[in-house]
Design a protein around this ligand. Structure first.
Ligand SMILES: Cc1cc2nc3c(=O)[nH]c(=O)nc-3n(C[C@H](O)[C@H](O)[C@H](O)COP(=O)(O)OP(=O)(O)OC[C@H]3O[C@@H](n4cnc5c(N)ncnc54)[C@H](O)[C@@H]3O)c2cc1C
Length: 410
């Protein structure tokens, strides 16, 4: 076999998988259907949970803003804010961030082939053949399907159906509006380290304004089945944000893309094949966050394939180890996010407004963003810290009884 591993798709999941495979000594080919840098519809918020995989080794020039907090705009006009001294993540332009990851893989020794669109994947006893749209064919012992939410690898190997269930996948639209540094400062009331999340009407789950150096990324996302009139909903959200933030958002190119789903409840491996990132559906079902999960799944896929080589195995039973690693790491987060999402905006808003300004809530958010705890560990983290927080909570209850309304942050 000319290659040990072929990775299809040079997004964050594929480039991390290719990098780690080649670093483990495997002959690795990375296929990308576009020329890099390529655009990708995305808010560009990369949580520390994923970033730490790079061990701080990325150029400062990729960092648009360092994220230190989140502000949720509530439908009653109030907002709930959580801030931290620690960095929660960064905002980036996806074209530059993704190209950096792909070049990092090639610097480690992976071969990158651009303008190489995979159209077929054929499994045989000896290995896997990946066919390209221009008729070329490459063979390897393993294939990593990192080709995003419309994954060809997933369809060709029977891991996903031909047609998407629009009730099960997300759809999002976003644009980067150039407002200049002054515009960014004005829109963020002087603090561009805070990501703004906003509820949107029409059953769209949420909208966002993510500050970059000179741009504001404004976007909306929700369940695809509810997003038929995506463009007018997006335009009205942009107009609302323009008014709210006091900056002019001049019309610019809108980008639209599906979001993956059902990652931990679906099969992501078959003989010689592993799906990663959006191809597998590893996206937070409430927030639509997927970059960190894509990067982590790339790490897990490379680890399992490297071990499979050493153990001379390529069967599905062996590769199910990957499935277990991802379920263990992401499963509880996704289940909790789905549970909260199903309870609707009013539930989320009532939790957020109660938690707003509470130091413990900001600490928990920081731990989540940095990957120190998962969503499922929130209750035990609260309980562990309760003795420390109790006097403050009691004071808050007493004060709210006296004044008749809850005070935030006291
Ligand atoms: C509107 C929107 C906003 C989002 N905002 C955020 C955010 O702020 N933060 C966050 O964490 N997540 C966000 N996400 C989710 C995030 O973009 C994805 O989870 C992430 O890009 C997944 O990475 P990936 O490497 O799996 O796939 P992708 O980034 O989609 O990369 C797949 C790659 O495969 C290539 N490819 C596809 N088909 C083929 C083929 N047949 N042959 C060869 N190459 C192929 C593509 O060109 C692409 O380069 C957002 C998603 C959307 C839609």
């Amino acid at each position: 076999m000319p290659y040990d591993v072929i990775v299809v798709g040079a997004g964050p999941a594929g480039s991390i998988a290719a990098h780690d495979c080649v670093r483990a000594g495997l002959k690795t080919l990375l296929l990308e259907k576009f020329t890099l840098p390529r655009n990708k519809a995305c808010g560009g918020a990369v949580m520390f949970r994923g970033l730490h995989i790079l061990k701080g080794q990325f150029p400062e020039s990729l960092v648009e803003q360092k994220i230190h907090g989140l502000r949720f705009m509530l439908s009653n006009g109030d907002s709930a804010e959580f801030k931290s001294d620690k960095m929660l993540g960064i905002t980036v332009f996806r074209n530059r961030f993704d190209e950096f990851l792909a070049r990092r893989a090639t610097r480690a020794g992976a071969e990158l082939l651009e303008v190489a669109r995979a159209t077929g994947v054929l499994l045989s006893r000896e290995g896997v053949a990946v066919q390209l749209s221009d008729g070329r064919e490459f063979t390897s012992k393993f294939v990593v399907g990192a080709d995003g939410v419309n994954s060809t690898v997933a369809r060709c190997t029977g891991l996903r159906p031909e047609r998407k269930d629009l009730n099960r996948v997300g759809l999002g639209m976003e644009s980067d509006f150039h407002v200049g540094e002054d515009g960014v400062l004005k829109a963020t009331t002087g603090d561009p380290s805070i990501l703004l999340l906003v509820p949107v009407e029409n059953r769209v789950s949420y909208g966002w304004v993510f500050p970059k150096k000179e741009h504001l990324c404004v976007g909306i996302a929700g369940v695809a089945a509810h997003m038929q009139r995506l463009r007018p909903i997006f335009d009205s959200f942009v107009a609302k944000m323009e008014k709210k933030l006091g900056v002019r958002l001049n019309s610019t190119k809108r980008r639209v893309h599906f979001l993956g789903a059902d990652g931990v409840t679906s099969r992501n491996v078959t003989t010689r094949v592993i799906l990663v990132g959006d191809a597998a559906g590893f996206v937070d079902p409430m927030m639509g966050e997927g970059i960190a999960y894509a990067m982590k799944s790339g790490v897990h896929a490379a680890r399992v394939i490297t071990n499979a080589f050493e153990d001379n195995r390529s069967d599905v039973e062996y590769l199910e180890w990957y499935q277990r690693l991802c379920s263990k790491e992401f499963g509880a987060n996704f289940r909790m996010a789905e549970w909260a999402g199903l309870r609707g905006t009013s539930f989320t808003e009532s939790v957020l407004s109660r938690a707003s300004g509470q130091p413990l809530a900001s600490e928990i958010l920081t731990m989540l963003a940095r990957g120190e705890i998962g969503y499922s560990e929130i209750p035990q983290t609260v309980v562990k810290n309760l003795p420390r927080e109790l006097p403050r909570l009691l004071r808050r209850v007493v004060e709210s009884r006296v004044s008749g309304s809850p005070r935030k942050g006291s």
